[in-house]
Design a binder for this molecule. Sequence first.
Ligand SMILES: [Zn+2]
Ligand SMILES: [Zn+2]
Length: 291
Amino acid sequence: MHTAMDLSEIILYLDLIKRKGKQPLIDELDMMVYHLDNHDQVKTFYNKIKEHEFRPPFAFYLKTLIHFIEDYEECVSLKNKILATQKNSKRPFTKLFTHQILLCKSEEEALSILQEASDYGLNLDEKLWVSKFDSLENIKKKQEKWKNEMENSEVYNKFSNLYEKFVTMKSSYFKDLSDEHLKNIIVEQQSDERNVITRQINAFTRKIYIKEYAKKMAKGICQLCEEEAPFSDKQGNPFLEVHHIKYLSKGGKDEIGNVVALCPNCHRRIHILEDTEDFKKISSKNFSYLN
Ligand SMILES: [Zn+2]
Ligand SMILES: [Zn+2]
């Protein structure tokens, strides 16, 4: 059973949901946030939600996402977004204001946030600013607490359902893509320089697309021993592993000219023996020449 989902899988899942014209479920969003590692990932995730114009319930922002915002401007923009759409609501947004105070830089700022909160009828503890020492540490503690609660909640038990759903959607998406279309997507991703955010997002999902491309082109045959994959996965796809000819750790690039699909046996062999003949053989078989 899978116990983790990385950011590239999360982004791809959101893309696939969008393609179907659907919205991600709040439990699913909670689980995705649970699997993010740091604030940069949270940022990328949040940008993706905005890009697709998903509208998660505010409970998601208030109960989950807010704990993981570590940037003052982002906190303010999230707060304004929530306040703007919830104008007539008397719901207390204590968490939002408290979080903003944790992130602000001066006592002056803190006092004006407290004032703003009281305009909304919230009575926040004035000692908040004084007690905000090491606020990032404070925020990390809150994140930890949220993650612990999450692990013990019903929601978390549904993680394997989410992962299965993702794998099934991913499998049928790539099955339906023609080789040409898939290649075009990869080329477009590489040349899409619209802005920093798109570049970051593309960099994450690219590796999945490259992997799927290598597997698709291999057509179920290991590129070293040239035998059929030893078994198929649950979705019926021949099981091959994608290997970078020049290791990423040694400056190899994550692109279609640098990957091959291997059976698990040959994959181990390549890494353990690092044999020159093997290297020559797979190098001659990369997919870059297939134009
Ligand atoms: Zn093999
Ligand atoms: Zn490898």
